[in-house]
Write a protein that binds this ligand. Structure first.
Ligand SMILES: Nc1ncnc2c1ncn2[C@@H]1O[C@H](COP(=O)(O)OP(=O)(O)OP(=O)(O)O)[C@@H](O)[C@H]1O
Length: 522
């Protein structure tokens, strides 16, 4: 297989460019996808992948260049035009109404909700046909907010496939999935290929590319810098193109990871303790039951598991956003038994939080990078004098962090909303680490980040540990856990196991425990 010619392709971009003010998001992009071909689109944060997705899904139009559909120039100037052209898109952040059922969400997308009486039985039959063909078993009558992420994703895919889809675009679909759900998704993608559907898979995970893609297209700074059949590529070759590595060794080192640094500090006092903790969800169901943990200065503890097993509730409780229904948490001299347990109080004591839902709790999209940097840092010495902000200092500090974290942004006064998802995540990380916390709560710290930045983040967490910080990391990524954690707690099937030292656990064993395939010995 080689790069398809536009005539041969279902969809082809020819010389497509897109600029946002001073930022060139896409520069003269040529990209084609054959019928029944799975193309992986890879590249660093801010390389321009989502911009391509947004153009193909009709959210934005190119400034120049042509999009050819089956060889004919097409104008995808609205989401409807994209759908009518046979393009289905599953965005990274699901577009589902959480309080509606799966069926109602699908009816809403088809324009059948609120238009007279909905023929629920008829729609359910049509949905069952589509989901059956995809190999999905989905619960259509449950509210979206009661489904786990993998079930929500299946609803999203079915929703997209309710139209006659010839090209399915999946934007980082595996970021939130456990190993089993990922395998299932890849089976579905292969099944689509057999039926002649083309797929564009945006991913930061090299193993996804080798597991399922036919061809990989690699972008850097808005342009396509390489494309080849996956068989002809290696992980280091992909990374080399992505980061523009000057030699193979540099790319190989990034693929390999930085290796686990020996612990440089003795495990010291417990900075944060949970005793016999019970947490309930708003609907009353049990999220966590009987959890006991001492989090010490100078260690990294991982909360391992597929999302939806109570980790999020536990993190939120430690961050002051929730209170337990039984048991107690004590952290840096504060306790859930006192009335004052709150995020602001804990932050003043030295707890930093990288939240799971970055867009809701981590940033204010309309504000500038400088203003976002101030959030939670309002009392930081050096940034204020006589109660007045020293804007020059703040600007210098943000500019320095942009450079250290290699954030692709025009400058400290750029609005946060103009940054790519991964670059927003880098800014949240930079801010939370800057705050020099004693306890760092990091939910999915590397989700959505490119491989080079992940290595950087892991090194930063390792350094934080060496400096005596107590770090709690929520992660569904086994590689991440094995790379950085000292101890782990497994959340699986609504139960909690551990904590246990990571040294005693193999990668495969942890995978089996997370998937609930094996009973844990503790
Ligand atoms: N609406 C916008 N306004 C201004 N700049 C934008 C806008 N959308 C994207 N950009 C910029 O265009 C560039 C490409 O962004 P894009 O979201 O396409 O990258 P990406 O490859 O999807 O990144 P990530 O892996 O982090 O999601 C980035 O520098 C981003 O800041």
């Amino acid at each position: 297989m080689s790069v398809p010619s536009p005539d041969d392709a279902f969809i082809a971009l020819r010389g497509v460019s897109k600029r946002f003010a001073s930022v060139v998001a896409n520069r003269l992009v040529d990209l084609s996808v054959r019928r029944g071909e799975i193309v992986a689109l890879a590249g660093e944060n801010g390389a321009g992948k989502s911009t391509i997705v947004n153009m193909l899904s009709g959210l934005i139009e190119p400034d120049e260049g042509t999009i050819l559909l089956e060889g004919i120039p097409a104008r995808l100037n609205s989401p409807l035009a994209s759908v009518e052209a046979g393009i289905g898109t599953v965005h990274q952040h699901y577009m589902l109404v959480p309080t509606l059922s799966g069926l109602d969400n699908i009816a809403l997308q088809l324009g059948e909700l609120g238009r007279g009486r909905l023929d629920r039985a008829g729609l359910a039959r049509r949905v069952a046909e589509v989901s059956g063909a995809l190999g999905f078993d989905i619960e259509l009558d449950r509210r979206i907010d009661s489904l786990d992420v993998a079930q929500q994703q299946r609803i999203e895919i079915v929703k997209a496939m309710m139209h006659r889809v010839k090209l399915l675009i999946l934007d980082e679909p595996t970021a939130v999935l456990g190993a089993d759900d990922k395998r299932h998704l890849f089976d579905t993608i292969r099944r689509l290929r057999e039926h002649g559907t083309s797929v564009i898979l945006i991913t930061h995970k090299l193993e996804d590319i080798f597991a399922v893609a036919d061809r990989a297209v690699i972008m850097k700074a808005g342009s396509v810098v390489a494309q080849a059949d996956v068989e002809a590529l290696t992980p280091a070759a992909i990374v080399g193109h992505m980061v523009g590595a000057s030699d193979v060794q540099e790319a190989e080192a990034i693929v390999k990871g930085f290796g686990r640094a020996p612990r440089t500090t003795e495990v010291a006092e417990a900075l944060c303790s949970a005793r016999d903790l019970t947490l309930r969800r708003p609907n009353g169901s049990l999220a966590v039951s009987g959890l006991t943990l001492d989090l010490h200065a100078g260690e990294i503890v991982a909360l391992a598991g597929v999302d939806g097993n109570g980790q999020s509730e536990f993190m939120r409780c430690l961050a002051g956003m929730e209170r337990p229904s039984a048991g107690v948490v004590e952290c840096l001299g504060e306790s859930t038994e006192a009335g004052s347990w709150s995020p602001a109080l804990l932050r003043r004591r030295g707890v930093s939080h990288i939240p799971e839902d970055r867009r809701r709790f981590g940033i204010v999209a309309q504000m500038t990078l400088m203003q976002n940097y101030l959030l939670g840092n309002q009392e930081r010495p050096g940034l204020f004098r006589w109660g007045l902000l020293r804007a020059g200092r703040l600007s210098d500090l943000v500019a320095q962090r942009l450079s250290e974290f290699e954030v692709r942004a025009p400058g400290p006064t750029a609005p946060m909303r103009t940054l790519s998802g991964g670059n927003q995540q880098k800014m949240v990380l930079a801010r939370e680490l800057d705050y020099a916390p004693k306890v760092l709560l990091a939910a999915h710290p590397s989700r959505g980040l490119d491989i080079k930045t992940i290595r950087f983040v892991h090194r930063s967490l390792d350094r934080a540990r060496a400096e005596g910080m107590a770090v709690l990391v929520q992660s569904s990524d086994i590689d991440e856990i094995m790379a950085i954690a000292d101890r782990l707690i497994v959340f699986s099937g609504g139960r909690v196991f551990g904590p246990a030292p990571c040294e005693s656990v193999s990668r495969n064993q942890l995978g089996a425990w997370i998937a609930g395939q094996e009973e844990m010995p503790w």
